[in-house]
Design a binder for this molecule. Structure first.
Ligand SMILES: Cc1ncc(COP(=O)(O)O)c(C=O)c1O
Length: 407
């Protein structure tokens, strides 16, 4: 019998405001329940006996659920261990397949603001496999320069293996013109991959209508668990596997499939996509209050990302605070019970300014003062109030400490 689940308990005592939902957002109670139920069952979905067949049925029903939520066919869903794995499979798998068919295809076009899950496999292909990575520029708001992309392809269309442009950016929240990207690439028969990890559940995402060849998603950004994700791959798109072994997932992704992970991903996707319009409207309103509160307390803070609400993630607020280190602000806010980020959680701790902010034309000093607040399903007005109360004194403290260091 599944237990009743209340709101997720904070992991640490004393946490009053969690504003880092873009790093990971709480697992939906319904997802915890179905996952627990599935974990208590036995059976490898590849086994032929009754228990194995039951597990396989769960996986296939969950695949259908993911597909239905995102406008894909069940056969287009490749289950993975998350977003990074989906990105690696897309970038390497498309590259290898395209270069095998025509060795002239060596260029990998990526937006300069991609997550490292895309950038690093592309760089690895360049370092180890003779690929050439072209970083497509973005404007001050982080939005792709479509004309530059058109020029980059047109310069030598036969040499392009793939284009990868994310649906929405994880640091500043700017959404990309995927429709235009696909239409330009299609003129030259070039497949497009999009990392939609931040977009699913926050913006409308329809795989089939988008025209992309491959789309990455990960459960833990929309109410599923960490470690369960998928790559949607358009039917007929050649893809060389990264993982070899038992031949699961149509031979594209070997490894025992987790029935619990698949079920969790399916339920989380269905819930998140059904709630998306109301969720986005609620977060946009909270984000506006947060923006006003931060600027009220720190008038010289600068808000980054697209100023157009239709072109950004609804619940993300990115600011830079002049004269402060983002890391110092993060720790001082944390000490006051406000949990946020300086940008990408995956690069936190690395003391270089973000490649995203650099690509947007920010100088290194400005980029170092970055803070990302991201709202989610469990966010409330009280979280905004917690930031409003803490941010002024925290910035003052960081600035005084900075001056003391200079003296
Ligand atoms: C845009 C984007 N892509 C990929 C990832 C990686 O996903 P995962 O943590 O599931 O590997 C993240 C996570 O932060 C992300 O924000």
């Amino acid at each position: 019998m599944p237990q009743a689940h209340g709101p997720p308990a904070p992991r640490l005592s004393g946490v009053s405001a969690y504003l880092d939902h873009a790093a990971t957002t709480p697992v939906q109670p319904e997802v915890v329940a179905v996952m627990a139920e599935e974990l208590s069952r036995i059976g490898n979905p590849s086994s032929l006996h009754t228990a194995g067949r039951a597990a396989r049925r769960v996986v296939e029903e969950s695949r259908e659920q993911v597909a239905a939520a995102l406008g894909a066919r069940p056969g287009e869903v490749v289950l993975t261990g998350g977003g990074t794995e989906a990105d690696n499979l897309a970038v390497k798998g498309l590259y290898w397949a395209r270069a095998a068919a025509d060795p002239r295809r060596r260029r990998v076009l990526v937006s300069a603001v991609e997550h490292h899950g895309v950038l690093d496999p592309a760089e690895w292909l360049a370092a180890e496999q003779g690929a050439e990575v072209v970083h497509l520029p973005v404007d001050r708001t982080g939005r792709l320069d479509v004309a530059a992309m058109r020029e980059a392809i047109a310069a030598d269309p036969a040499s392009v293996a793939l284009v990868s442009v994310m649906w929405a950016n994880n640091e500043v929240g700017t959404a990309q013109p995927i429709e235009q990207v696909v239409s330009i690439a299609a003129e030259h028969g070039v497949p497009v991959h999009t990392d939609a990890v931040q977009a699913v559940g926050a913006l409308p995402v329809d795989f089939d209508a988008s025209g992309v060849a491959a789309l990455s998603l990960t459960g833990h950004k929309f109410g599923g668990p960490i470690g369960a994700g998928a790559l949607l791959v358009r039917r007929g798109t050649p893809l060389v596997p990264v993982l070899h072994g038992g031949g699961q997932e149509g031979g594209v992704r070997s490894g025992s499939v987790s029935a619990a992970g698949a079920r969790a991903l399916g339920v989380a996707a269905e819930l998140a996509v059904a709630a998306q319009p109301a969720h986005a409207a609620r977060l946009a309103e909270l984000r506006e209050r947060l923006r006003a509160a931060v600027l009220d307390a720190v008038p010289d803070a600068v808000v980054h990302g697209s100023p157009d609400p239709a072109q950004r993630l609804p619940g993300l607020l990115h600011v830079t605070v002049p004269g402060c280190e983002g890391d110092s602000l993060l720790y001082l806010l944390d000490a006051r019970g406000v949990e946020c980020s300086t940008g990408s959680a995956c690069t936190a701790g690395v003391p270089q300014p973000s490649h995203v902010l650099r690509a947007m034309g920010l100088d290194d000093d400005t980029a170092r003062g970055a803070l990302r607040f991201s709202l989610g399903r469990t966010s409330t007005a009280a979280d905004v109030e917690a930031v409003a109360a803490a941010i002024g004194p925290v910035v003052e403290r960081a600035r005084t400490a900075g001056l003391a260091l200079l003296a």
